[in-house]
Design a protein around this ligand. Structure first.
Ligand code: ADP
Length: 795
């Protein structure tokens, strides 16, 4: 075969075309495939015959060519097909386009897949017609590698950016947080002991709070910055920092005052990594100022409250004093022979005074509860006795109203328990009062049942049931509120303050229970509450049954210390009515001088008095008497606040009687106090009875009338005082008093074996008992003279 140049070129071209590893297509001016090489056929998995004369897109199975029935170049995608555009351009301009990268979705072997190609479109003139050669290099795989490289690069960039953003965010958080922040590195010595730390970072709040700049602090050691600090405090601090940095366990330090910055701080420590620690310092100055202000405000409020309580106590004193006078005088007049009408009038007046007193008590209790000052006691008491005495108090009214008053007390309830008997009684009294007040016919029943007994604790249910006017459902909602009464007209008919139920409810709540009501208008009401009590063996609450009056039939020598003339008169008359001898003082100072000269069986001591109050006078009397003697002192006061009794007892007073004083309460109290004194003395007799040998060698038995441990001089002084007392012309009026003093002188003379004096004293005693004043005075004068001689001979 001759090889001419053209042939050679053609065959060369064909050879290159056919053997090229890149898929190649020759397209005519209509974009129909005129030639296709092996690589393309292999890629398209086709035979040559089927491949020719097809539109290019159809040939390569482009997804776009399936969009229109006319095939490649007519579909929607074809409008933007980069390859199509390149072919058109080359056919038109004859200018080659190379290196076009484009992605095509091909439907290959029934599968839709995206391919990446790098294409070159080259013009070629065949029979003076412009044809194009399209070379398609399948770069899908390298593109995927490139993509994934790009992706990981982007991801890396993204994560770096994310880290940077996060870092900025946290840094800005830390730098801008209101608390001061320091980041520090602990410096250890050779033994690994933390000895110092270096500040690596601080925030703006730190700069502002401590008025320093970053430059002054960062990179510096604690020892450089705070070189003036107490070395011991520094050492302790380092132990704590080192501990946090090594263990990673955070620490909150107590609030401290920094002298350096004159502020209060709290400090939290934590360790983000070993050997490093962060301190977060909170400026507490404002908070502490606010707390101080709050504390001051609270103290002020409490002072105001105290002032309110004091005001109430004072007011009650002012109100009770005249009521005391009224009640006392009525009581005394009722004891005299008066006609029926006068008696009725006085009884009404007394009832009015009593209800006025109840109102004052209610208001006082209410204000005490409001002020949170009411204390619930826990003492042993006998439930049966308490219920008994409560019912007895209400019996007269029930009888008067012809109502049946019953008490159902379940016998299974233990008798002694621990609680607040006074407050329980107050609640029961309130509810029984109401039940009797609002019932005209039928009965009132107090029933007390045991609900459970467990772990030394008994739960008791109290119910007060009446057959009275009842309360409508609507009105029941108004109950238990302060100053609440069902309606005005009833209030006018029945009276009251509307505080009783409110107080009862609060008291029940304070004792751990709740109070409820069931009522039907016109049929009656039942008020119930349940309370838990600890079972107790010990009784500390005196009940009527345990009280056995005796001894007080004996007239007592009593000192009343009271500045109010009316009260003094009332009490004096009451006590004289009972046959006692009365002396009086108008303040503590006078009382002290009387007590120095005389021996009293009982002293009634007012608390509020001019010159010297009752508390001070009592303290001085107790100091003077020491172990030697104990004159019972009963506080007389118009204060009626809870806890007063305990307060007075702690001041050395023996008992307490609130004004207005009631005759029966007074007698009972006197008996309790005197009996207590006697039994104390008796028990003293048994255990401490002493036998003394007198100077003359005589055996002396010390009876309880003679104070133990008293020496001759003291006894002589006492006789001297008593003789002075008995010789006062004023005393001559009072034969009882003379008898009392003479009796004492007689005992003292016996003690020191002054027999003549003893006989004279005995004669005075007898004369006084016979009310022979003249004789008594004669003997007194003789006694005085004899005593002077005795003293003269003594020395
Ligand atoms: P008061 O001092 O007015 O009795 P309370 O708080 O004890 O105050 O009672 C408030 C009101 O509740 C009474 O005024 C009365 O209207 C009503 N009330 C209380 N107990 C009874 C009762 N047992 N029967 C009918 N009404 C009652």
């Amino acid at each position: 075969m001759t090889i001419n140049k053209e042939n050679t070129e053609t065959s060369n071209f064909e050879l290159i075309f056919e053997t090229s590893p890149i898929g190649m297509f020759l397209l005519n001016e209509y974009s129909l495939v005129k030639k296709i090489n092996n690589a393309a056929l292999e890629f398209l998995n086709q035979n040559r015959k089927d491949a020719l004369n097809k539109r290019f897109g159809n040939e390569i199975h482009c997804q776009g060519s399936t969009e229109d029935i006319q095939g490649c170049g007519f579909g929607l995608q074809c409008q933007s097909c980069k390859l199509q555009l390149a072919i058109n351009s080359v056919l038109k301009t004859g200018q080659a386009i190379t290196g076009v990268e484009y992605a095509k979705v091909l439907i290959h072997n029934g599968e839709t897949r995206k391919y990446w190609f790098r294409a070159s479109v080259t013009p070629i003139m065949i029979s003076e017609k412009c044809n194009v050669v399209v070379a398609l290099d399948n770069i899908t795989d390298s593109k995927a590698v490139e993509d994934s490289t790009k992706k990981s690069e982007t991801e890396l960039l993204l994560s770096e950016e994310k880290q940077r953003v996060l870092y900025e965010r946290y840094r800005s958080l830390i730098m801008n947080m209101p608390d001061s922040f320091t980041y520090n590195k602990v410096i250890y010595d050779e033994d690994g002991t933390p000895v110092d730390y270096e500040v690596l970072e601080i925030n703006e709040a730190y700069e502002k709070t401590f008025n320093v700049s970053r430059a002054e602090i960062i990179g510096k050691r604690h020892s450089e910055l705070f070189f003036g600090d107490d070395p011991e405090i520094f050492r302790q601090g380092m132990v704590e920092y080192g501990e946090v940095a090594s263990t990673g366990v955070g620490l909150i330090l107590p609030v401290y005052y920094s002298e350096w910055s004159e502020r209060w701080f709290s400090m939290k420590l934590y360790s983000p990594e070993p050997s490093f620690f962060v301190s977060i310092i909170t400026d507490m100055t404002k908070r502490i100022q606010v707390e101080n202000e709050l504390h001051l405000a609270k103290e002020k409020a409490e002072a105001v409250n105290r002032a309110k309580s004091e005001f109430l106590a004072n007011m009650s004193h002012e109100i009770r004093t005249p009521i005391n006078g009224i009640v006392g005088m009525i009581d005394l007049t009722l004891l005299k022979v008066i006609n029926q009408e006068q008696r009725q009038n006085l009884e009404i007046a007394k009832a009015c005074a009593d209800s006025l007193l109840k109102i004052i008590n209610d208001i006082l209790d209410f204000s005490k509860i409001e002020a949170g000052k009411l204390v619930i006691e826990k003492i042993g008491f006998n439930m049966g006795d308490l219920l008994d005495s409560t019912i007895k108090t209400h019996s007269p009214l029930a009888m008067k109203k012809k109502l049946e008053l019953k008490c159902d007390f379940s016998s299974s309830i233990p008798q002694t328990m621990q609680g607040d008997p006074n407050r329980l009684k107050q609640i029961l009294n309130n509810l029984l009062n109401n039940a009797l007040k609002f019932t005209e016919h039928g009965s009132v029943t107090l029933s007390v049942k045991e609900l459970s007994i467990m772990d030394e604790m008994v739960e008791v249910m109290f119910a007060i049931c009446d057959s009275g006017i009842g309360i409508s459902e609507q009105d029941q909602e108004k109950l238990f509120r302060n100053f609440s009464q069902v309606d005005g007209s009833i209030t006018r008919k029945y009276g009251g303050t509307g505080l009783g139920l409110a107080i009862s409810k609060q008291l029940v709540q304070m004792m751990g229970g709740t109070i409820t009501v069931e009522s039907q208008k016109g049929k009656g009401s039942t008020f119930s509450f349940s309370l838990k009590f600890l079972l107790s063996e010990k009784l500390s609450y005196p009940t009527q049954d345990t009280f056995t009056p005796n001894h007080t039939t004996k007239p007592l020598r009593i000192l009343i210390v009271e500045d109010d003339k009316v009260n003094l008169m009332v009490l004096t008359l009451m006590l004289k009515e009972k046959g006692h001898f009365i002396e009086s003082a108008s303040n503590g100072f006078e009382a002290l001088s009387l007590h120095e000269k005389n021996v009293y069986d009982v002293i009634f001591m007012d608390i509020q008095m001019p010159i010297m109050d009752g508390i001070e006078a009592t303290a001085k009397i107790r100091e003077r008497e020491g172990e030697r003697r104990h004159t019972p002192i009963i506080a007389l006061t118009a204060y009626a606040l809870v806890g007063d009794r305990e307060k007075f007892l702690s001041y050395g007073l023996d008992e307490y009687i609130p004004k207005p004083i009631k005759m029966c309460e007074l007698s009972q109290l006197l008996e309790v106090v005197v009996n207590r004194g006697i039994s104390a003395k008796k028990s003293g007799d048994e255990s401490e009875q002493e036998v003394k040998i007198s100077d003359s060698g005589k055996v002396l038995n010390l009876s309880y009338d003679v104070p133990l441990g008293v020496d001759r001089d003291v006894t002589l002084q006492e006789i001297s005082r008593d003789i002075e007392e008995i010789s006062r012309p004023l005393t001559y009026e009072d034969m009882n008093l003379i008898e009392e003093i003479a009796h004492k002188i007689k005992n003292n003379c016996n003690l020191i074996e002054a027999d003549e004096l003893k006989t004279l004293a005995f004669k005075i005693e007898l004369a006084a008992r016979r009310e022979n004043q003249e004789q008594a005075i004669d003997y007194i004068l003789s006694l005085k003279k004899e005593f002077e001689i005795y003293l003269f001979l003594e020395h």
